[in-house]
Design a protein around this ligand. Sequence first.
Ligand code: ADP
Length: 308
Amino acid sequence: MSENAPPVVELVNVSKTYGRRGGGVRAVRGVSLTVAPGEVYGFLGPNGAGKSTTIRMMLGLIAPSGGEVRLFGEDLRRNPSVLRRVGSLVDGGAFYPFLSGRRNLEVVAKTHGGDGARIDELLDQVGLAKDAKRKVKGYSTGMRQRLGVAAALLNDPDIVILDEPVNGLDVAGIQEMRALIRGLAADRGKSVFLSSHLLHEVQQVCDRVAIVSKGEVVRESGIAELLRQDAGLRVEAAPLDIAEAALTARWKVERSGDALLVDATKDEAPEVARRLIGAGANLFALAAEQRNLEDVFLSITQPEAPDA
Ligand code: ADP
C-alpha cells in the first residue's frame, strides 16, 4: 500500500453508553486510535474494559453514542459499504455443527457474498485442508477458530478484526493462531486488529498496542517503545554507598538487594559506567532491566492501592 494511504481504522473520540441515559453503562468513553496499513494492532485490556463493544462499533453492528468510526478514510455511518474491505471473527464464529468445514465456508460465501473459489486456498492457509471434509462438531476449539479466520478472509479483506482470537485455545492452538495472524500481515499484507486480555499474546504478535481500561485508552504505543520506555538499568557495584551517591546526583536510584535499579535509559549506560568508575566504585554488572508488558500493563491498569 502507498505511503499516503489513509489509516485503515481511525476511531475519533468514540463512546458507547448502553441503556438509558443517566442510569446507563458507559462501556466506551472517548476512545481514539489509529491503525496503519499492514499493521498488527493489539487492543489489550481486562474483561469488561470495553473491547468487544468497541469492535462491534467498528463493524457497524452497534451504533456509537458519540464520536466517529472511519475505515479506509470513510465515515462508516455515511458509507457502510466500506465494510466490504473488512473481515471479522467475533464470538468465535458460528458454524453448522453437522456440516463439514468446507461446506460451512460455502454457506458463508453464499450468504455473505464471499468468493467460493478461494475456499480451498483458505482452508490450506489456516491449516484445515486435511480436515475440510470432517463435520465441524468434531473440530477442536482451535480448529473452529481457524475456520472462523478462513470465513473472515472469504471476501479477501484488507483488514481482519478478531475479537479474542486465542480465547479457549490450548498451547498448540495458540501457536497456530499466532503464526496465522503474523502470516496474514507479513505474507499477505493485511492489517490485523485483535483484542485480547492476554498480555503475552499481544506482546508476541502485535506491532502496536492500545491498552484499554474502564472504557478508556490509557496508553497507545509500539510494543518496543512501551517496553523501552519503562525499562531501567540494573547496576551491581561496590561499595554500594559510593555507587548510589554517584548515580543519585543524576538519576532516580532504588536499592534492590545488593544491586541498584537506576531510572536511566540504555543509551545512558556508558554515562552510568563512567560516573561509577569516576567515583571510585568497582563495577561488576550493568544491564538493561527488561520489564515485560505484564508489569507495564498492571502498573497502568491497576493504580497503586492508596495507603490504609
Ligand atoms: P470486554 O470486551 O473488554 O470484556 P465489553 O465491551 O464486553 O468488554 O463490556 C464493557 C462493559 O459494557 C461491561 O461493563 C459490560 O457489562 C457492558 N456491556 C456489554 N454489552 C452490554 C449490553 N449489550 N448491554 C449492557 N451492558 C453491556
